[in-house]
Design a protein around this ligand. Structure first.
Ligand code: 26V
Length: 813
């Protein structure tokens, strides 16, 4: 299918700005199209390439400056970077939005229209990947020389379609039009070996002869900081079959075999693994982890030796942060390079390694902690297996000498899990191989010390520290919510753009009724815009004066979308029984993807859609309640939805959400939170004040106690009229008359255990929702709370988070 060429009504050539001329020149000479033939994608590409030319100069200046200063560099290793679209981000950070908009307008092109056809770079699952993207932007903003290292997945996060309310996963080919942001670095290629054997000689020199070789090729994307102060590099690895093997087979006439090598290499970078369905034991995942770790560590060591000569000083000039355990094999890889290629002794190599790495933990869920079957690890990485054993021996020998370390502690500390099939524990490897181990919110860090890392923490009491997550205010306020940004600027001046903490100054406007009204106008405009998007894309009409109640995030049982849906059903029931009451008109908005193999999560999506169909089609509730599941949640959709939200749902089972970062984005955009005492919600509450947030339910200690002391969900369900009616309605097929048994499994899960405490928290949640209604009925009070939210969450800027990492972990500030 061909899209029709745009028919621009261009300004006469002599009225065009030099910038407009440059864009046209790019179009002609680099894309090979003239103005008449150009389609939207061509204009997008021409605009990006023109801008990129300017960015390159800053990029090179940044690199030169770091080199001249002999600066220590930060390396952020992450299997996920959920960066989304880049054009608006780059324009905004360079302060070129208006100028480029005008230049394009003079060519008959609408900047916003072309911004919206840029594909989302969705190289991540959710919070962990988006955090990595926010961190990259803040590193550049704070003028810290830094590189992000990851994988250039050919297919990132899948595209979600809803077929009759069921999630269907489709491949998202974000590279189908090429990627004008990136530079292929053919010269930066590394040999990555797998399998084979390790031989040693009597001098102790070890030789690993891999059975298979793949080449890692670098692709660099510039990351522009605020005001274009600094441009850093996001280096993503792609894979290519190693040429000699390729050629041997080809010359021998084995054309298929030669291509198979290439296909095998490409398979390494084809898919992003879901982070929320159990991927353990999957060989391809371990291959991905080693592939990108090895390429990155080789690159870092090469750069260090080239600049500073001596690999022994690596820790003085490089700080490597492991984003969760996905790159943890880097610890063994650096040891291998130091010992086998740079001739360091084991102890000396260990010293350099530990000083160089830091490790961030992002989840305590036991099923999420990575471990690899020992036979698989040994077959794929025989040399690394030896090193893991040697590290383990050293750690356990030391541990034995510490007071109070018994056999149970030894087996908890060991890098090898001996209970059942033997496995390599990546979290323990990352822990012992790093000088710093951090959690991502205060509660999460405390729980790390008490649970998964209790024994390691006793042995290394100074290692665990907290770094509460943050979000970049550029993307999550200034770019996604220009109306609110302008309002804040009018009230307190523009300085907050350079120092997010200054938004605090807004607090003095909280009770100013004219400011409140202007805030409400901003929110309403954003809601109108979202309603238009939903009308255009889904055909559903929403009332912008209703309360927009939003839960958008990965679909997971611990995040408890089910709690929200059951409460929606209960509310529906109430409205039908008492239509005469003064109900708050509400729109319940949901969006999110489920891992394709996660049965219950997919069923929850279907339930939300079944409930939506029934409620939206019921004339009795009329304008009072609407339910929407917006398909294909991604970064760009979040940027549309968050500025339009009144209420932010952060309702995970306490103790299970490490931090959350959506919670911060909503509060910064003037939504009030309904939430549990979990993750960063606690710290948000501490800052916005108890009166400006709706906290409910069990806390983490109470959840643990309930689980330990025997929790009987059946009694709880039967003891709550509202809950039992809603659950019965779902169980009996009220929302699924075509298949009344559809939700039997979900409901049985509640009666038979309810691990996520949906029933235990239901009444408290429903009561909190009625407090929300009461506050909404008092609009001045609601608006005052909204102002206090915006004013007090500047602290959750990722600039603050990165400053803390820089000072406490990396030693670069
Ligand atoms: C992984 C798995 C894998 C096995 C099945 C269950 C499961 C559930 C969750 C995960 C998440 C892995 C790590 C992750 O994405 N953590 C998120 O990191 C964010 C940034 O720190 C944080 O805000 C989120 O609370 C945390 O879930």
């Amino acid at each position: 299918m061909t899209t029709p060429a745009l028919a621009p009504s261009p300004a006469p050539a002599n009225d065009r700005s030099p910038l407009a001329e440059r864009i046209v020149d790019t179009l002609i000479h680099r894309i090979g199209k003239d103005e008449r033939a150009a389609r939207k994608h061509d204009w997008l590409e021409a605009t990006i390439l023109t801008l990129r030319d300017e960015i390159i100069d800053k990029w090179m200046a940044s690199t030169r400056a770091a080199h001249a200063a002999q600066a220590k560099r930060v390396y952020y290793l992450s299997l996920e970077f959920l960066i989304g679209r880049l054009l608006r981000d780059a324009l905004s950070n360079l302060g070129r939005n208006n100028e480029v908009g005008r230049a394009l307008a003079s060519l008959g092109i609408d900047l916003v229209e072309i911004e919206e056809i840029e594909p989302d770079a969705a190289l991540g699952n959710g919070g962990l990947g988006r955090l990595a993207a926010c961190f990259m932007e803040s590193l550049a903003t704070l003028d810290l020389p830094a590189y992000g290292y990851g994988i250039r997945y050919v297919n990132g996060m899948f595209r979600q379609r809803l077929d009759d309310g069921w999630q269907v996963e489709l491949p998202e080919n974000w590279l189908s039009h090429g990627n004008p942001w990136e530079f292929e670095r053919r010269e930066s290629a590394y040999f990555i070996g797998f399998g084979g054997e390790v031989t040693g000689n009597d001098t102790g020199i070890v030789h690993w002869k891999p059975a298979e070789a793949i080449e890692a090729i670098a692709y660099d994307t510039p990351v522009v900081g605020w005001r274009g102060k600094r441009v850093n590099t996001l280096r993503l690895w792609s894979a290519r079959a190693f040429d000699p093997i390729h050629l041997d087979a080809f010359n021998a006439g084995d054309h298929i075999g030669a291509l198979a090598g290439q296909a095998r290499a490409e398979s390494l970078v084809r898919v992003l693994y879901p982070n929320d369905s159990n991927a353990s034991g999957q060989e391809l995942r371990l291959r991905q982890e080693y592939f990108f770790s090895s390429a990155s560590i080789q690159d870092i060591v090469r750069r260090h030796v080239q600049y500073f000569g001596d690999v022994r000083t690596l820790a003085d000039k490089a700080a490597i942060q492991l984003n969760d355990t996905h790159p943890a094999v880097s610890v063994a890889e650096l040891m291998r390079l130091l010992i086998d290629q740079h001739d360091l002794g084991f102890d000396e190599a260990w010293e350099v390694t530990r000083k160089t790495f830091g490790y961030t933990n992002h989840t305590l869920l036991p099923e999420a902690l990575e471990s690899w079957p020992l036979p698989l690890f040994e077959r794929l990485l025989p040399r690394h297996m030896q090193l893991v054993y040697a590290i383990n021996a050293k750690v356990l020998r030391q541990a034995r000498k510490a007071p109070g370390v018994d056999d149970a502690a030894i087996s908890a500390i060991s890098l090898i899990d001996e209970g059942g099939e033997r496995r390599v524990r990546m979290a323990n490897l990352a822990f012992v191989g790093s000088h710093s181990v951090n959690g991502v919110a205060a509660l999460h860090t405390d729980l790390m010390k008490q649970t998964v890392f209790a024994d390691l923490h006793r042995l290394y009491p100074d290692r665990i520290n907290n770094k509460t997550n943050g979000i970049t205010p550029r993307r999550w306020l200034m770019e996604c919510n220009p109306r609110l940004t302008a309002l804040i600027r009018d009230a307190i001046g523009p300085e907050f753009c350079d120092n997010t903490a200054l938004i605090k100054g807004l607090e003095s406007f909280a009770d100013d009724s004219s400011f409140q009204e202007r805030l409400a106008e901003v929110k309403r405009s954003n809601k109108v815009a979202l309603a238009k998007y939903i009308k255009d894309s889904m055909g559903l009409r929403l009332d912008p004066d209703a309360l927009f109640d939003v839960q958008i995030k990965r679909i997971h049982e611990y995040k408890r979308q089910l709690l929200n849906i059951i409460e929606t059903v209960a509310l529906y029931d109430q409205i039908r029984s008492h239509p005469e009451r003064d109900w708050t008109p509400r729109v319940k908005l949901f969006a999110g993807k489920a891992a394709s193999s996660y049965h219950n999560a997919k069923l929850i999506i279907k339930l939300a859609n079944d409930v939506a169909r029934r409620i939206n089609g019921d004339p009795l509730v009329g304008g009072l309640l609407k339910v929407v599941f917006i398909p294909n949640y991604n970064v760009s959709l979040a940027e549309r939805i968050i500025p339009a939200a009144d209420l932010s749902e952060q309702i995970s089972t306490a103790g299970m959400e490490a931090s959350g970062t959506g919670n911060m984005k909503f509060a910064l955009n003037g939504a009030l939170t309904i939430g549990t005492l979990d993750g960063a919600n606690i710290e948000i509450k501490d800052r916005v004040g108890d009166d400006n947030i709706f906290i409910f339910g069990l806390d983490a200690d109470e959840v643990a106690a309930k689980r330990a002391n025997g929790y009987a969900p059946r009694e709880v369900i039967e003891g709550s009229r509202e809950l039992s009616q809603a659950v019965n309605a779902i169980a009996s097929g009220v929302f699924s008359p075509d298949d009344p048994q559809r939700y039997k499994g979900l409901v049985d899960g509640l009666y038979g255990g309810d691990w996520f405490m949906v029933a235990a928290d239901f009444d408290a949640y429903a009561a909190a929702q009625r407090r929300v209604d009461a506050r909404w009925a008092d609009q001045p009070a609601w608006r005052a709370s909204a102002v206090r939210n915006v004013a007090n969450v500047g602290w959750f800027s990722s600039d603050r988070t990165i400053s803390e990492y820089a000072r406490d972990i990396w030693g670069v500030m």
